[in-house]
Design a protein around this ligand. Structure first.
Ligand SMILES: *Cc1c(COP(=O)(O)O)cnc(C)c1O
Length: 219
């Protein structure tokens, strides 16, 4: 199957309120251009250097999403152009994003990554840390970031019940923080679901899916 037909099949299966992030990590620019020509304008990458190289080469009407774990000292490289940072999991990182956004005279949209999986390897905040962050004085002072919502990754397992439980948990956390909204929050986005589990994620309330291998093939 071609990238174009994979993309069209997936897009046709998504409800209108769900945004598709085409995850193009490790794939060459020629593959991204095929998706671009098929109409895709949102791409997700997990390494800042790779994303920046692709941003330089690709058309300028693309929205670049950082979906990987971000190190504070690398934020400055994407601050001029990144559209949405999915994996924010500390106040310290938010403060650095805010600082670099200010330098670039812009507001950078972010999602807070929540730890929902039963795995040691996944990054993210737990519910208590999330609440502490959102209610802290330091957070309210950050005028150059905007929190659009939450991001999470389910456990890598065949067990649909477990995945469903984890996605439902993320949705319930998302609902519970609506009352904590401050001026730098909009809280309209839940980024959950990848190639193997995006349909289930949408059933559980996802508004943004991050799909790589089902579009571009295996890595
Ligand atoms: C790679 C990646 C994806 C896409 O995974 P696929 O299984 O290829 O769809 C989604 N989210 C994150 C955070 C990723 O690193």
């Amino acid at each position: 199957m071609s990238i174009q037909s994979n993309l069209n099949t997936i897009k046709a299966s998504l409800p209108e309120h769900v945004t598709l992030v085409a995850v193009s990590k490790t794939k060459p620019v020629s593959d991204l251009l095929q998706a671009y020509e098929a109409g895709q304008r949102i791409f997700g990458e997990n390494k800042i250097q790779e994303m920046t190289e692709k941003w330089e080469e690709m058309p300028k009407d693309i929205q670049w999403h950082m979906i990987g774990h971000v190190q504070s000292n690398k934020v400055k490289f994407m601050a001029p152009y990144v559209t949405l940072i999915h994996g924010v999991d500390s106040l310290k990182l938010l403060q650095e994003i805010n600082k670099q956004a200010l330098k670039n005279n812009r507001i950078i949209d972010c999602l807070l990554q929540i730890y929902i999986a039963e795995e040691e390897t996944k990054f993210g905040l737990d519910e208590k840390e999330l609440n502490e962050l959102l209610t802290s004085v330091e957070f309210k002072e950050l005028k150059n970031i905007r929190i659009l919502g939450l991001m999470g990754m389910a456990t890598f397992t065949e067990n649909q019940n477990q995945i469903k439980k984890e996605f439902t948990h993320l949705k319930s956390i998302f609902d519970s923080i609506q009352t904590l909204k401050t001026e730098n929050c909009e809280l309209n986005t839940i980024s959950m679901g990848m190639s193997g589990d995006y349909q289930l994620a949408i059933e559980c309330g996802s508004t943004m899916v991050r799909i790589g291998s089902s579009i571009f093939g295996g890595r």
